[in-house]
Ligand binder design. Structure first.
Ligand code: SF4
Length: 420
């Protein structure tokens, strides 16, 4: 690639391929219905690899909810759910899904069809379980839930071993459940292939993130916010690995030529939380200050193979045990001390000037502890933080002018700090 071809200030060319990959995911869903193949709804954080390994086509309603938001349908669906009595404060993904199902929306508007069964887990939040309970009753389909205990600051090894055993047992029960509902048997060789692909996909994503440590940063949220979706809809398939490798190659070429995603990089930020899917363009407005987001825990979290106890060998030879360990150590369920430590390490390694914390009005896992986190990072590690109030899928909860004013003042603080 010649230097002239490597431009900054735009999305990577490779990321444009994301549309095709996601298009194939939705086509695979259509094809499954045509072929009479079993389908399953799955919540994020659940072991989607098991569905692929058992030849069940996964559908992720959270992914579909983001489609609704991007297509500007989410508010309408959310209001339909509120007319049914669901509160203004409830998860806007859930309410988007309620409205989309009620109006029998097409996939292109974020609709999700009746599946053969549903798989939920409380690994990230209890809303997932209640959401699928409501919809499984509506569709009259079986629903399997995996209960994942949270590892907290004082969890000892004995308790951890018990947690792991508890999750492993549920995963084996889940294999029996799938066999009973679909007639499909667990094929170890197929499972190994799927987990190998899942591992490879995550590793390339982590390599992409390593490149974001470089100043200037070669990759912006234009690539990572959308680029994240294959990680939770298609872990186990080969196509997204090829896409990520292309993204990596192109970003590496930028690094080798000292080219950043912005022409002028002044401030490096972290964004904690789920982006505003109905207004992704908003993040581009940071560029007016030469500010770029170089790390999002949310998009990194889904490359889940971060637990040093989970080696590639374990993933290939004991996939069920590996899945259990990963569910117990997901980025979003870290105890408070570990979370603070992770933030401090990330700020140091990615050379971050300031942290934007999205106080997500309808998501407890994303908003709980945010003020404590801010205080700890600011008081004890001298890391500038700003909390902004909004919502990932409900445009009514983003006051753009207010947020812009807050960010502008925050950038001014960062500018003054740099002068010292
Ligand atoms: S409450 Fe938060 S974590 Fe739970 S489903 Fe909604 S957005 Fe996801």
């Amino acid at each position: 690639m010649s230097k002239a071809e490597i431009k900054s200030n735009k999305m990577l060319n490779a990321t444009m391929g994301l549309k095709n990959i996601m298009g194939r995911h939705f086509l695979a869903i259509e094809q499954a219905y045509r072929d009479g193949k079993p389908t399953a709804w799955a919540t994020s954080g659940s072991p989607v690899e098991i569905l692929y390994a058992m030849d069940v086509q996964p559908m992720l309603p959270e992914n579909s909810a983001t489609v609704s938001a991007a297509q500007k349908y989410s508010q309408n669906f959310i209001e339909m759910a509120e007319e049914e009595g669901y509160s203004y404060d409830l998860c806007s993904y859930f309410k988007t899904n309620v409205g989309a199902v009620k109006s029998e929306a097409d996939m292109i508007k974020g609709g999700t069809r009746k599946p053969t069964f549903m798989l939920s887990t409380d690994v990230i939040c209890d809303t997932h379980v209640n959401w699928f309970q409501v919809q499984a009753e509506r569709f009259n389909v079986p629903h399997f839930t995996i209960d994942v205990p949270h590892v907290v600051s004082n969890t000892n090894q004995r308790q951890y071993n018990y947690f792991k055993k508890y999750v492993v047992e549920q995963l084996y029960e889940f294999l029996d459940f799938i066999q009973e509902v679909t007639g499909h048997e667990y094929d170890e060789e197929r499972a190994r292939q799927i987990t190998q692909n899942s591992w490879d996909l995550s590793m390339v994503w982590q390599d992409i993130y390593e490149l974001r440590k470089v100043v200037p940063c070669p990759i912006s949220t234009r690539d990572t916010f959308g680029g994240l979706f294959p990680l939770f809809t298609m872990p186990g398939l080969k196509e997204p690995i090829r896409l990520y490798k292309k993204m990596y190659k192109e970003a590496k070429a930028r690094v080798d030529n000292g080219i950043g995603a912005l022409e002028q990089e002044n401030f490096r930020l972290m964004f904690e939380g789920i982006p505003f899917w109905y207004n992704l363009k908003y993040f581009g407005t940071l560029e007016r200050w030469g500010a770029i987001i170089v790390y999002e825990p949310y998009t990194y979290a889904f490359s889940k193979y971060m637990n040093p106890n989970v080696t590639k060998e374990m993933v290939l030879n004991q996939p069920i045990e590996a899945m259990a360990e990963l569910m117990l150590s997901f980025w979003y369920i870290y105890d408070f001390e570990t979370r603070v430590k992770k933030f401090e390490e990330t700020v140091r390694d990615w050379k971050i000037d300031g942290v934007l914390l999205h106080n997500n009005m309808s998501c407890r896992p994303n908003s709980c502890g945010l003020y404590d986190l801010k205080r700890k990072l600011m008081d004890e590690a001298d890391i500038p933080c700003l909390i902004i109030d909004a919502d990932m899928n409900d445009p009514r909860k983003l006051n753009e002018t207010q947020v812009t004013n807050q960010i502008e003042s925050f950038i001014e603080i960062l500018r003054q700090r740099k002068k010292k």
